[in-house]
Design a protein around this ligand. Structure first.
Ligand code: PLP
Length: 347
């Protein structure tokens, strides 16, 4: 019998469960653009409460949340400050420049986390030669740093210093709920330092699509204008909003299992010679292959032949992300596949 495929390439690879699909099928719907979709209305109400913000807006993707927040906070010619590893900088098709007309000043933080001093040193003097520093963005958790949790204390320092410079504070909370489950600190406590914050439903929460961006009433009013302008205003989107509601009801606490599985994966991987593994605060393990002398692509192809897929995040680097469609026993199978593949490359 062929083993089922173990997809650790991303927590976006989760598929909606039968229960989630039933819940979606039964959703009441209306025209979202007229604010008449009861399911979307329930969802944004729930997200505003969760994040302690006045209002929220449902959007098709996390990338659109970042872009709309940038567009609301900044004018063309403004500049954003974020970490070098951030999604906003690297993985949104240069949307910040293409859609918002802003430049990005990136910082070399410690595993995705920069300090208030680093941030302050990046703020441009108010002078006509320079871009206008206008917004900071932080990622909770820092994805490409390995699911790293920004400590609340650092968030407080960075955000209060940013406020001194009159910078808008934005949180890319694609995996904020992973941080919440791992630390026991509430989403609201993390979010209170920010003018805008969003969560993704299509990552570890297991929904097929969707994200929600939250902020003040005025911020969301502006966000709605760009939701239309960027083509993200939908119609009977209650069908997909229902998946997000289901996810918030059923799939948040269980993120702890993903963290336990990531730890199990890490504990097994460190025993394997020839690879270098970074521990994770949450569900993302970074694996460096430099000692083996093979590329991430070569290694991944051999893993795929053994029924396991990771993502390639550098020439000699792979990333494994645990999620609700990967069980504990599949982690053990992954470790076997890893040991065999490493042997094959002479590790
Ligand atoms: C996935 C991700 C995004 C983008 O979300 P999409 O819903 O895939 O557009 C943004 N930021 C971070 C940190 C992410 O991991």
């Amino acid at each position: 019998m062929k083993k089922p495929f173990i997809d650790l390439s991303s927590d976006t690879s989760t598929r909606p469960s039968a229960e989630m699909r039933n819940f979606m099928a039964a959703a009441e719907v209306g025209d979202e653009q007229k604010r008449e979709d009861p399911t979307v209305n329930r969802l944004v109400e729930k997200v505003s409460q969760l994040l302690g913000k006045e209002e929220a807006v449902f959007l098709p993707s996390g990338s659109m949340c970042n872009q709309i927040a940038t567009r609301v906070h900044c004018q063309p010619g403004d500049e954003i400050i974020c970490d070098a590893t951030s999604h906003l900088r690297n993985f949104e098709g240069a949307g910040a420049s293409a859609l918002c007309g802003v430049s990005i000043y990136y910082l070399d933080g410690q595993k995705g986390v920069f300090s208030a001093d680093q941030m302050a040193a990046a703020v441009r003097p108010v002078e006509n030669h320079f871009a206008r520093s206008r917004m900071i963005s932080i990622e909770q958790t820092a994805n490409h740093a390995g699911g790293v949790i920004w400590p609340l204390e650092t968030i407080g320092e960075v955000c209060s210093r940013a406020a001194d410079f009159n910078l808008a504070r934005h949180m890319d909370g694609a995996r904020l709920l992973n941080a919440v489950v791992a630390t026991g600190i509430s989403a609201q406590t993390y979010a209170e330092h920010f003018d805008s914050v969003w969560i993704d439903f299509s990552k570890g929460l297991g929904a097929p699509v969707g994200a929600a961006l939250a902020g003040s009433k005025e911020f969301i009013q502006d966000a709605w204008r760009f939701k239309h302008q960027f083509g993200g205003a939908m119609r009977q989107s209650g069908v997909i909003a229902a998946a997000a509601l289901y996810a918030l009801e059923n799939n948040v606490e269980r993120l702890a299992e993903d963290h336990t599985n990531a730890k199990r994966l890490y504990d097994g991987l460190v025993e394997i010679e020839g690879i270098n593994v970074q521990p994770s605060d949450t569900n993302i393990i970074i694996i460096k292959l430099s000692e083996l002398g093979c590329t991430g692509q070569e290694f991944n192809e051999k893993l795929i032949a053994r029924g396991v897929r990771l993502s390639i995040t550098g020439k000699m680097q792979l990333r494994a992300v645990t999620h609700l469609d990967v069980s504990r026993s599949q982690i053990d199978e992954t470790l076997v596949a890893f040991a065999e593949t490493t042997n094959e490359f002479g590790g």
